[in-house]
Write a protein that binds this ligand. Structure first.
Ligand code: SF4
Length: 706
């Protein structure tokens, strides 16, 4: 595409998992501008505040890492070196540790922002050649409970819905999510649908009165952590009212009897007391769902980031299953991914317990298939270390070397001071990054400069299984290289065969071949097809229909051994750290509208920093008054693990006894007292290993000068 004085390329926004299409215009002076892609099926030209400012993050090169750097011990300053020097050193150190302590002494910690091709080569290198499964990503902090939930209920980590189902639905149950701020363009589609059809119902479940709640017909402002109790109570009322799909639960699902027995062990009245909402509102929610012809449940971190995250997911998916709201137009459980390519990462097996194309690490046939295809080392049947486990293993010395790319764990991990200690103790740290904003850099032995969005080509998959091709628009500055190229160069330095890819298209071609005959089969796809069609939803088998598969399970055949969906009767026991006399408040953390993750990109954009220029504590007026805290006073928030000091924002939008901190801020001008994860707990979900970011016990006091 060309315009006067510009060249235009299509791409995909690299922030959230909505996956909006953008047109990137390359100006004569080499800078870029972006606009919404009017013909993209996801956003139809719309972009949110983050997306519309994307070009600033690329045009501003002042903080870019431009060349590889290295030092031989932590007391030395970093020195500029060649790519060969840096990668030779990294390979030599990795080989030494692997020879001396075994392959599990090294690890890669990557990101849901990596492109699929980058994920693929990382995964191939660690699992297929180094012989360890120690590759995990920050998607563990974000999506892993949904992955396990889908797999347990549907037999496969498969989002059954497409975004076009939004305009066909007449009831939305939005829980543990604030899409008005965190998935704005998707939410605009819900808002527009509601505006055109006022009779459709929107139910929002959230302990806070969010912007998403502002258009809801019913806001259930539950006590934090009571989601399962609420979902079970709604399930009970649906059964009482006869609003279940008998044919579906009898012929296409298993487990309804046990579920029914379980949900009747608690009265709706008792459930209402536990959840802190009225019985009438629970019954109304069930009525809205029961009356719907098309019912979509939507969720994200509020359910996933929990010590009982998988069970929360299952209790929600149950509502779709018992009402038969799956596999048909306008309905289904739609997990919203936080990162742009969390889904693509899962496709290539980019978590420490997965193999490519959603194959099972515990299945010997699956391991053999992948091993034969790659022609490398025997694949280890034991899952590797997950995100938080990697930092524990650095702390206790099991892990010697870690390679961190495209993520900033020093802000995003729970109980982050433990992670700081871990990086101090690590014998060898490689940081592969775009800018000097990563808080991991002071701990690095080797720093590798990476190309940014628009400086490399590749693919990503959004929340509705839509794969998009991203064009390279401009060259990376200095000596920065695309992440996939860095990893392939390193693999060759390690002496491994199978990393001599001509380009990103060749990596993609190998990836799609490995998906053949699996449930996520995209063996019919290639860069040529993606460039021509721009986006395609998987599965996309050879000789597939024009645009892939928008909706799964239309035949009511699920990926379980019985081909039936599984209704899980999950307990509603909360295992989080409970408040007590010393720490009487529940802390929940979350996102604000104009920042994304740890602000390494959005923090560069002045316009975005204006929304909330600094971190804050949201607290209810009654609690603030009892603590003699006024608006703007500095509050000191303490947990068993650490402290935060930020200004108080007094608001009736939060429940009494609950306080909220945004998770974006890390060290600001050397001060790390803005960092919410100083406080969060080490608890994780036992199945998904996802941390409990949404619930820990804290004390709040007014700051007093020492
Ligand atoms: Fe980007 Fe998400 Fe905003 Fe779309 S909704 S423009 S993908 S941040």
């Amino acid at each position: 595409m060309t315009r006067k004085n510009t060249e235009s390329y299509t791409s995909t926004c690299c922030y959230c998992g909505v996956g909006c299409g953008v047109v990137v215009n390359k100006e004569k002076n080499g800078s870029i501008t972006v606009e919404g892609d009017k013909i993209h099926p996801v956003n139809k030209g719309m972009l949110c505040s983050k997306g519309i400012n994307l070009h600033h993050t690329v045009n501003d090169k002042t903080d870019r890492l431009l060349y590889p750097q290295m030092r031989y011990n932590k007391s030395m300053p970093m020195q500029r070196v060649s790519w060969d020097n840096a990668l030779d050193r990294a390979a030599a150190v990795f080989k030494t540790f692997i020879d001396k302590y075994g392959p599990d002494s090294v690890a890669f910690y990557a990101s849901g922002q990596c492109l699929t091709e980058e994920y693929y080569v990382l995964n191939k290198l660690m699992k297929g050649f180094i012989g360890s499964n120690n590759i995990d990503t920050n998607s563990r902090l974000c999506m892993s409970s949904a992955v396990v939930g889908y797999k347990k209920a549907l037999g496969e980590d498969s989002v059954p819905v497409c975004y076009d189902d939004i305009e066909l639905a007449d009831c939305f149950y939005v829980t543990g999510a604030n899409p008005a701020w965190c998935h704005p363009i998707l939410w605009r589609r819900v808002e527009a649908h509601k505006a055109a059809n006022p009779q459709i119902k929107i139910i929002v479940v959230d302990p806070r009165v969010t912007d998403s709640a502002s258009i809801a017909d019913l806001h259930l402002q539950i006590n934090p952590g009571t989601d399962i109790t609420l979902n079970h109570a709604i399930g009970r009322v649906l059964i009482e009212n006869g609003d279940i799909d008998l044919d579906f639960v009898t012929n296409h699902a298993e487990g309804f009897e046990a579920y029914s027995e379980l949900v009747f062990t608690k009265t709706v009245h008792n459930a209402a007391l536990i959840c802190g909402v009225s019985e009438t509102d629970i019954r109304l929610a069930a009525k809205y769902i029961g009356n719907a012809n098309g019912f979509i449940s939507m969720w994200t971190m509020g359910l996933n980031q929990s010590a009982i995250g998988v069970n929360k997911n299952l209790s929600l998916i149950n509502l779709n299953l018992i009402t038969g709201n799956i596999g048909k137009p306008g309905c289904g459980p739609l997990s919203l991914t936080g990162q742009p390519n969390a889904m693509g990462g899962r496709e290539v097996g980019g978590l420490s317990n997965l193999l490519p194309a959603h194959r099972d690490m515990a299945n010997p046939m699956h391991r053999a298939e992948v091993q034969q295809f790659w022609g490398g080392a025997t694949i280890n049947p034991q899952p590797g270390l997950t995100a938080t486990e990697m930092f524990e293993a650095l702390n206790d010395g099991r892990l010697k070397a870690i390679w961190i790319l495209c993520t900033n764990p020093m802000t995003s991990l729970p109980n982050v001071r433990l992670a700081e200690e871990a990086l101090k103790k690590a014998k060898f740290v490689v940081v592969q990054e775009i800018t000097n904003r990563s808080e991991c850099l002071p701990y690095a032995d080797v720093i590798l400069p990476a190309a940014a969005w628009a400086e490399k080509e590749g693919t990503m998959t959004n929340s509705e299984r839509r794969i998009s091709y991203l064009n390279k628009v401009i060259d990376a500055p200095g000596e920065a290289l695309p992440d996939a190229e860095i990893i392939c160069r390193f693999a060759k330095k390690m002496g491994y065969k199978g990393f001599d890819f001509k380009d990103a298209a060749a990596i993609y071609a190998e990836h799609v071949k490995l998906t053949e005959k699996t449930n996520i089969d995209i063996s019919g796809l290639s860069y040529e097809i993606l460039k021509e069609r721009k986006t395609v939803q998987w599965p996309y088998k050879k000789k597939s229909a024009l645009h892939g598969t928008p909706r799964l399970f239309a035949d009511k055949k699920f990926y379980t051994p019985s081909a039936k969906a599984i209704i899980h009767a999950v307990p509603d026991e909360l295992t989080s750290e409970m408040p007590d006399a010393r720490f009487p408040f529940i802390l929940t953390t979350g996102r604000i509208r104009d920042q994304w993750h740890t602000m390494s990109k959005t923090g560069k954009v002045n316009k975005l920093n204006q929304h909330y220029p600094q971190a804050f504590l949201e607290i209810h007026p009654t609690d603030a008054e009892a603590l003699q805290i006024s608006e703007g006073d500095v509050a000191v928030i303490t947990s068993k693990r650490g402290e935060v000091q930020v200004k108080a924002k007094i608001s009736t939008q939060i429940k009494q006894g609950v306080v909220f901190l945004p998770m974006h801020w890390g060290k600001v001008l050397g001060n790390d007292l803005n960092r919410a994860n100083n406080l969060t707990s080490d608890k994780i979900d036992p199945m998904s290993k996802e941390p409990d970011f949404k619930f820990c016990a804290v004390r709040v006091e007014k700051y007093k000068k020492p």
